[in-house]
Design a binder for this molecule. Structure first.
Ligand code: HAM
Length: 470
């Protein structure tokens, strides 16, 4: 047997596990007119997924620590869910929603954000009867027909946390704490920008003061802001145009116009943050892009970005009026969402190494179809024993199979050739030293486990609960 198995060339390691950037393979030409990715959409390839999986693990850890349960909501929703509640004058509703009539003639929209859908699910499934607050997290793709550019896609993913049914300011502080801890655990330094935009009591008076201040400069404002001045004056504060920013420099600030309840709420949020030493920056211009926000608003910016213009990593705030806007009872709520693509980009830019993905313990190689059948059977036995096993069952020669084993960095290979088949044995190969030994087929699972030093088998598959089980 050993003569038949020649030492394979050490193959270059997988970019997946080494993080090394091998030259990309040449892409074969395709016929003209072949379907391709739509503009602004993005495939996530296996080479990128270690970063996504890392963020998913961090999210699960934060969710467990802060007591959030996972929810998955529909990707397609009635257009009315977003149109009024998000704000008819907002960019998302006016210009960016993927809205179309379905085959039944109903107007439907691919979700542009999670919050409205999560609140709909809370109301529709009676989560109001659960102990309050209900803390929910979710993640998935969202759709906005925006102008594609760096960090801005038409399909993008968010990690999203919502706390529904609690008006206490500590809820806002807890969300900010979670957010800050998430980034710290990812190895990223960020800046938390915090503001309060008041509520239906105090905002109208502030609108008036702001409009009064800006009216004399109306003609100098950008076209969008001239419209905003009529429909949603707060958004003028958020404009990125240099002249608009200059004109709003001395504008009255919302924090100075908060009613007593909103002022107290905001003061307490900040007190809690100070108590737990979560650093934040007060940002009186931070107004956010949806109409449902009340009181606390916040965004997460990379620590080296002063403007936050195109690169906010996340944002959120309180939205105490959304439930009523959706026909529910008054239900206070707050939450935030983080943009996965932007965080992945920052992790790469700051060269934060991902934990390596564990490779296989054992690689199975076979020579001929009868051996292939034996190898497949052994594969199942090893899997059931909790061994991380893999193979390349469609390959014919031993050499190409051992090349795959090398590439996957498997410490051992089990080889079944013609002789092993006849003798009812398996060739045990140490991939590092190349030393090979013959092992009795009946003892191979125990031998693998002994060499891996792993005694615990994977837990048995879950069983149906019998009717008599208490
Ligand atoms: P948002 O500010 O629209 O808030 O989005 C949150 C984050 O999603 C942004 O800060 C950004 O990182 C990412 N994001 C938004 N649009 C794009 C895009 N076109 N391409 C790539 N990333 C993008 C919301 O969606 C609110 N629902 C957050 C919330 C939850 N408020 C309360 N609860």
């Amino acid at each position: 047997m050993s003569e038949r198995v020649r030492e394979p060339k050490k193959a270059s390691s997988s970019p997946l596990r080494s993080g090394r950037n091998n030259a990309p393979p040449e892409i074969p030409p395709r016929s003209p007119g072949a379907p391709q990715l739509l503009r602004g959409m993005k495939d996530i390839l296996p080479t990128d997924l270690p970063w996504w999986d890392f963020l998913r693990r961090q999210t699960d850890a934060e969710a467990a620590a802060f007591g959030f349960s996972r929810i998955e909501t529909a990707v397609l929703e009635p257009t009315a869910l977003f149109q009024r509640p998000l704000g008819e004058g907002t960019d998302v509703v006016q210009k960016e929603m993927y809205t179309f009539s379905d085959r039944g003639g109903d107007s439907v929209t691919l979700r542009p954000e999670f919050t409205a859908g999560v609140m709909r699910a809370y109301l529709e499934h009676g989560l109001i009867a659960w102990p309050q607050p209900v803390k929910l997290f979710t993640s998935g793709p969202l759709f906005r027909y925006d102008r594609p550019q760096a960090g801005r896609y038409r399909q993008f993913w968010q990690l999203n946390f919502e706390t529904i049914g609690d008006a206490h300011p500590v809820v806002d502080a807890e969300l900010l704490m979670l957010c800050e801890h998430f980034f710290r655990a990812c190895g990223l330094t960020v800046s938390l920008q915090v503001n309060s935009i008041g509520d239906a009591q105090c905002r109208p008076a502030y609108h008036k003061a702001l409009v009064e201040h800006l009216k004399p400069h109306r003609a100098q404002l950008c076209e969008d802001c001239q419209q905003r001045l009529q429909k949603n004056p707060l958004r003028v504060l958020d404009c990125k145009q240099a002249l608009c920013r200059q004109l709003t420099q001395d504008a009255p600030q919302l924090v100075d116009h908060l009613c007593e309840d909103c002022r107290q709420h905001f003061t307490r949020v900040l007190e809690y943050l100070e108590e737990v030493q979560v650093p934040y920056a007060l940002n009186p211009r931070l107004v956010r892009g949806f109409d449902y926000y009340t009181r606390t608003t916040f965004e997460v910016w990379p620590s080296d970005d002063e403007s936050g213009s195109q690169s906010a990593l996340g944002g959120g705030g309180r939205y105490d009026g959304l439930s009523e806007a959706l026909g529910g009872r008054p239900t206070p709520a707050a939450g935030f969402a983080l943009g996965i693509e932007r965080i992945v980009h920052l992790l790469k830019e700051r060269q934060i190494a991902m934990p390596p993905v564990p490779g296989p313990d054992v690689f199975l190689a076979q020579l001929g179809d009868a051996a292939r059948k034996r190898a497949l059977k052994l594969f199942r036995e090893l899997r059931d024993a909790g061994v991380r096993v893999t193979g390349a069952f469609s390959k014919e020669g031993i050499k190409p199979q051992l090349e795959v084993a090398n590439r996957l960095k498997a410490p051992f290979a089990l080889i079944i050739g013609q002789k092993e088949l006849l003798d009812d044995t398996v060739m045990f190969r140490d991939m590092e030293s190349g030393i090979q030994e013959v092992v009795d087929a009946a003892k191979v699972v125990a031998e693998v486990k002994k060499r891996l030093g792993r005694t615990a088998a994977i837990s048995p598959p879950p069983q149906p609960v019998s009717a008599s089980t208490p």
